[in-house]
Write a protein that binds this ligand. Structure first.
Ligand code: GBH
Length: 514
């Protein structure tokens, strides 16, 4: 007998061929789907978004402190991360929430300027180190593995004044910082992530003004940033590989923001592929492809445009042969942050729509999200779960099926404990992920963004991504589980996605063994 699940899978697969139908509404989903043995669950946060204590105990200024203090209303609600979730003081409650959820691991990031107030290894801030030791030790007491990101966007301000990621010396600065982190925490931390979302760092922060440091030097700075950041990542990888791996036996990789670009029509297939290459191939290709280096389409297009525009050389910096080898293969896994998708069409006559030079002008594409795509509180965050499947399959096929950890996936609301929209989003995306796993994608972990509400960068506290709601009026930043927290907890506990599970949300408990 052919099991129903096989038939359903076939039906679901065929639905992926069509462009924008969300299969979740087709009523054909499995009721209960089990995760593979050993599959891991966690939640994620980042230092600037949760810690607060921005100038306590010797921490120095980072680019987010600097920007939000100099120019508060670049943030939608003119807020900042000075206190944020106060996790610097509330970390025990954070660990308690991890226990409530029954997490296998928790992904958080280190604040460079908290550990190294001068930015350099000449002075280690013991109080900052103690905070991370306390957090890590508290987690390990309950068998929750730390997954640590070295860099989640909060560069020490001093290094920014020296050019930040546009200065090639940052390869050494980042390497020095990474070595100190491995030295301090490597005996207990087995999962390391060098960088979170280089695209957002470089494109938004250096090319445009939608992240600190808001340089707005488009068509130039984002490419300089991309190259230096990739070499710096590789430096940290090789330091771990050569100096710490044998000792500690951990794993280290990079986290990239992947966004699917779907052709608007058949004629736009090449445009959508170009857009995928520009948006994330720029980071995946150098690290995960067989040949290394930036994607050929970027090298060709940017070199040609640069020449036509009168530049003396391509605005996309070249890697030396040595650097190509250094970066190629420098990741044990691909950390994938996945949220949304766009439709793309080719348009070479929209120069006026894009600054010249710029990243978008360079690729000759336009992307957009159709008005009828449903979404969360964040303008950009449309629920497009079929695109998650497509992205995972493309990573599998184009890059020799690397180990993938989903290091972020999640949904925003404007608040409230009844978050059925978030639950639907998470279930749909996890369903799509399970389809990809069934079809051979090597996905081994899923991380929900976020454990709790936090400072959502330019949107401040106006957009809420938490499984736990945070009350910003209360001094201790009281955390309360949303309905989605109960759903997530059950998914981890049962090791299965159950579309019909309805939780009792009256009381959150810590299960035995956690
Ligand atoms: C992640 O970024 C971050 O890692 C995390 O810190 C953040 O809180 C979370 O997700 C929720 O936002 O780039 O201008 O074209 C998500 C990155 C942000 C990438 C929005 C796509 C689309 C607008 N995404 N972006 S733009």
């Amino acid at each position: 007998m052919v099991p129903y699940s096989v038939i359903f899978t076939l039906i679901l697969l065929t639905s992926y061929v069509s462009v924008s139908t969300s299969k979740a509404s087709d009523g054909m989903r499995h009721d209960v789907r089990h995760f593979p043995d050993g599959f891991l669950f966690g939640t994620a946060t980042a230092s600037y978004q949760i810690e607060g204590a921005w100038n306590e105990d010797g921490k120095s200024e980072n680019i987010w402190d600097h920007m939000t203090h100099e120019n508060p209303c670049v943030i939608d609600d003119c807020s900042n991360g000075d206190i944020a979730d106060d996790s610097y003081h509330q970390y025990k409650r954070d660990v308690e929430m991890m226990r409530e959820l029954g997490l296998h691991y928790y992904r958080f990031s280190l604040s460079w300027s908290r550990i190294l107030p001068t930015s350099f290894p000449d002075k280690i801030n013991e109080a900052g180190v103690a905070y991370y030791n306390n957090l890590i030790n508290e987690m390990l007491k309950y068998n929750i593995e730390p997954m640590v990101t070295l860099y989640h966007w909060d560069l020490p301000q001093k290094l920014q004044e020296l050019g930040g990621w546009a200065n090639p010396h940052i390869v050494d600065w980042f390497g020095d910082y990474a070595r100190i982190a491995f030295e301090l925490f490597g005996d207990r931390v087995k999962y390391w992530i060098t960088m979170n979302e280089p695209r957002e760092v470089c494109y938004q922060g250096y090319g445009y003004t939608t992240k600190a440091p808001r340089l707005n030097i488009h068509g130039i700075a984002e490419y300089m940033c991309a190259k230096n950041l990739l070499v710096a990542h590789a430096k940290a990888y090789h330091i771990y590989d050569e100096e710490y791996r044998a000792l500690y036996g951990g794993t280290i990789g990079i986290t990239l923001s992947i966004t699917w670009h779907e052709p608007e029509s058949e004629d736009d297939a090449q445009a959508a592929e170009d857009e995928n290459q520009f948006e994330w191939g720029i980071y995946v290709h150098p690290v995960f492809s067989v040949t290394g280096d930036f994607p050929p389409v970027m090298k060709e297009k940017i070199a040609a445009k640069s020449a036509a525009q009168g530049f003396a050389r391509s605005r996309l910096p070249e890697f030396t042969a040595e650097e190509i080898e250094y970066v190629r293969g420098s990741s044990d896994f691909l950390g994938m942050n996945y949220y949304t998708a766009y439709l793309v069409y080719r348009n070479e006559s929209v120069y006026s729509a894009h600054a010249v030079p710029s990243f978008y002008d360079d690729m000759d594409c336009v992307r957009y999200q159709p008005a009828n795509w449903e979404g969360g509180a964040s303008k950009w965050l449309k629920k497009v779960s079929w695109s998650f499947y497509k992205s995972l399959m493309k990573i599998k096929e184009d890059y020799n099926n690397p180990i993938v950890y989903i290091t972020e996936n999640g949904y925003s609301t404007t608040g409230g404990l009844d978050d059925d929209d978030r639950i639907l989003y998470i279930r749909e995306y996890i369903d799509a992920m399970l389809d990809a796993i069934e079809d051979g994608a090597n996905v081994q972990a899923y991380t929900a963004w976020s454990l709790m509400d936090n400072f959502e960068w330019m949107q401040g506290y106006t957009e809420r991504f938490g499984l736990y709601e945070v009350d910003y009026q209360s001094p201790e930043r009281t955390r309360t589980p949303r309905k989605s927290a109960f759903i997530f907890k059950e998914m981890v506990r049962s090791h299965a996605l159950d579309w019909h599970y309805e939780p009792d949300t009256t009381v959150m408990t810590i299960d035995e063994g956690h």
